[in-house]
Design a protein around this ligand. Structure first.
Ligand code: GLC
Length: 426
């Protein structure tokens, strides 16, 4: 996995654009239960695959989708061109189980690619390694696998098919910014697949769920294990607005905006990217609740983006309820939980900012330097006062501290530098 990309590497877009939209869409939207309906609900092949005869998304409009995505501050798109069901959302020559053979009859991935190119908007393709439709894929009933006739199983044949499909995706749709693998259940390794992508699409990032190491890791849902330390390698976390399914679900339960904001803030302030998912219905529209959530998050994200995308400043404060980011003359405190009261004390922080305010609202914060105690005469605390604590529950707040000089240096040394500093040393 990569720590970063060199600035001149065409994949470096991935470290600059940090908040992406994930879209799960396929014939599973017809029944509106789950993208893994066949595996989770045991729907027989005949019934499931007949959904393709009803896939007629008359309201699908890539312009509207991209407008919504961009208005919400999102900076790239990952789209499911083939999920575990094996149904292909592009005009593939490799199987008839594809969108051209539905009432829709349009190359959905191609239409999205065209719209993304017009806007110079990065597009990645999600491709499932597991395939419940292709007879050669060894569906042995492991996790995320159904059981299919072993007589036809042939991993070499399946990998040849997969490579031909990847070649199509990387050849027919202009610049592609990534292949987002999922569910390599047999953990089958074949770096030649990644080499193929790299030779055809130099700007494409590859995640760590495929046939080789890949460029970055992909913690999912609430998985979190690094103890609030910045990510050592490139990382992109993901979650969906829906609690049950990544695809459209008729009776979906939705996460709260605050829980999603907290997750986005946590991962991005530690240096990662975040992919937020929603699933359009069978007509091609995003459910009203999904749109509302994405909109609210977008309004918030645009206000705090500068803080979340600034370099992490680990170790500056010990309180696990807030994270620090910053560089040069800016320091940001990302409050994962609202402050307990109207004052927040930064213990041992001995540099007085010129100005402090709440990034979300622009409200000024009063800052004073106080001794920590008379026995620790040299130690000070920065006291941030008059916070509207009771109004800080419904979104993730950020406090911006602006200094007169370049006092904030990201990386591990910051804690020591600031703690030993004083106003004079500015
Ligand atoms: C999990 C789910 C899959 C979904 C993916 C998104 O792997 O099994 O359905 O597409 O998460 O990351």
């Amino acid at each position: 996995m990569k720590k970063s990309f060199p600035a001149e590497d065409p994949r470096n877009w991935f470290t600059l654009k940090r908040f992406g939209m994930f879209i799960h869409w396929g014939i599973y939207a017809v029944n509106g239960v789950h993208e893994q309906e066949r595996w989770r609900y045991g729907t027989p092949e005949k019934i499931y695959e007949a959904y393709k005869d009803r896939f007629d998304p008359v309201k699908f409009d890539p312009v509207q989708w991209l407008d919504m995505i961009q208005e919400n501050g999102m900076e790239y798109l990952v789209f499911t061109v083939k999920h575990h069901d094996g149904f292909c959302m592009w005009d593939t020559k490799e199987t008839s189980f594809n969108v051209m053979n539905t009432p829709c009859g349009r190359d959905i991935a191609g239409m999205l690619a065209e719209e993304c190119h017009k806007r110079d908007f990065p597009l990645e393709f999600y491709y499932s390694c597991v395939d419940w439709h292709h007879k050669a894929y060894p569906n042995l009933g492991r996790h995320h696998e159904i059981i299919t006739d072993p007589e036809y199983h042939n991993m070499d044949e399946y990998m040849d098919f997969l490579k031909r499909q990847i070649r199509e995706l990387c050849s027919n749709y202009g610049t592609i910014h990534g292949i987002w693998w999922d569910m390599n259940v047999p953990e089958y390794m074949d770096e030649s697949v990644h080499d193929l992508i790299r030779s055809l699409q130099p700007a494409a990032v590859i995640n760590n769920r495929g046939y080789g190491e890949g460029d970055y890791s992909t913690p999912e849902r609430n998985y979190f294990s690094n103890g609030f330390l910045p990510f050592a390698n490139l990382t992109e976390a993901c979650d969906s607005v829906g609690m049950n399914s990544w695809a459209y679900r008729k009776d979906e339960d939705y996460f709260s905006v605050r829980k999603l904001e907290k997750q986005i803030a946590l991962y991005t302030a530690l240096g990662g990217n975040f992919l937020l998912n929603a699933g359009p219905d069978a007509e091609g529209l995003f459910p009203v609740q999904s749109k509302e959530i994405l909109h609210k998050i977008g309004v918030w994200y645009k206000k705090v983006r500068s803080a979340l995308t600034a370099p992490p400043c680990p170790g500056l404060v010990k309180n696990a309820n807030y994270l620090c980011t910053g560089n040069g003359d800016r320091l940001y405190l990302v409050l994962l939980e609202p402050p307990a009261g109207e004052t927040l004390n930064l213990e041992g922080f001995a540099v007085m900012p010129e100005e402090a305010h709440i990034l979300n609202t622009g409200e000024k914060v009063t800052a004073t330097l106080e001794p920590m105690s008379y026995t620790l005469a040299a130690e000070r605390r920065l006291r941030l006062r008059h916070l509207p604590a009771d109004r800080m529950n419904d979104e993730i707040f950020v406090i911006e501290l602006c200094f007169a000089g370049n006092v904030i240096r990201p990386q591990k040394s910051i804690a020591a530098e600031i703690r030993c500093g004083s106003e004079k040393e500015l």
